[in-house]
Write a protein that binds this ligand. Structure first.
Ligand code: YXS
Length: 259
């Protein structure tokens, strides 16, 4: 059963997350289909890609597939893992990727949306950053992409509370490009994609990569990097992390003890 669907209309493509039974959880299988779709669209020189869930979705994506989160001592969000690979694929895709968001965006799916170039969302859209709900040692590039998209005080609120934030708040902060009613957002986004596809693709590709390089241009002393990694190792090896996974599997609220 396909977990994503791809439609092409000339130089524009739409990729639809299509696993509503599991609320489009970002499993290795779904991410594999997504990355292969982007690789194919790169070969076909697509000039704009829309990434969406089924029209009217209540949940855009429930985030990382919790059933696939490894328990310590493995790092659950390692550089070569599927979700990290997908985020880089989006950032490195030579044409703009437009996230068309309806419903709830959870956990690692927020990073996928923020890795897109533009975000159009319906008024019901919400965004929740949830590592603290599961005791997950969030990863450094994930944190960096969040503070690049939002004021650090808002990132702290989202991480500490793990509560969904309404799209209006993110729009006011400039993290979301447009809020568009559900009955118009597809036409709105298609029009945007067509406008982009009619512009100079080489210029857009070069500017997209230049903006990424400039955003990444940040020095980090090796000791700082090692401290960051050690912080994550301690969390990843904690009982709280195992409790977070266990509680999710048992569909009960987690009881975190801080160790
Ligand atoms: O009981 P069945 O077998 O039907 O399966 C249920 C859920 O277990 C499943 N499901 C998931 N399975 C794996 N990973 C997930 N993230 C996930 N989310 C859902 O899908 C079936 C239907 O879910 P259900 O009954 O809860 O649907 P609902 O409509 O009542 O509620 C939708 C949600 C999204 C509010 C709810 O499913 C939910 O809260 N899901 C977990 C959201 C979340 O905490 N995601 C963060 C995952 S961890 C992550 O992304 C990163 C590692 S981090 O935390 O660092 O950001």
């Amino acid at each position: 059963m396909a977990l994503v669907s791809v439609e092409e209309d000339g130089a524009i493509a739409t990729i639809t997350l299509d696993h509503p039974e599991k609320r489009n959880a970002l499993s290795e299988a779904l991410i594999g289909e997504l990355t292969r779709a982007f690789d194919r669209l790169r070969e076909r020189a697509a000039r704009a890609v829309v990434l969406r869930a089924r029209p009217g979705a209540r949940v855009w994506s429930a985030g990382h597939d919790v059933d696939e989160l490894p328990t310590s001592p493995r790092d659950p969000l390692g550089w070569s893992y599927p979700l990290r690979t997908l985020v880089r694929r989006l950032q490195e895709f030579p044409a703009p990727v437009i996230a068309l968001v309806e419903g709830g965006v959870w956990g690692g799916a927020c990073e996928v949306v923020f890795a897109c170039d533009l975000i159009n969302a319906t008024p019901d859209a919400t965004f929740a950053i949830t590592p603290a709900r599961l005791g997950v040692p969030y990863n450094v590039t994930g944190l960096k992409s969040l503070v690049a998209a939002l004021p650090v005080a808002v990132v702290k609120e989202m991480i500490y509370t793990a509560r969904p934030l309404g799209v209006e708040r993110l729009y006011q902060l400039g993290a979301v490009n447009h809020i568009v009613p559900g009955d118009h957002i597809t036409a709105f986004t298609t029009d945007q994609a067509r406008t982009i596809a009619a512009n100079a693709s080489l210029t857009i590709a070069a500017m997209k990569e230049a903006l990424r390089i400039l955003a990444d241009a940040q020095s980090l002393a090796p000791t700082q990097f090692e401290r960051l990694q050690d912080l994550r190792r301690q969390v990843g090896e904690s009982r709280d992390y195992r409790e977070g996974l266990q509680a999710f599997a048992e569909k009960r609220p987690p009881v975190f003890r801080g160790d």
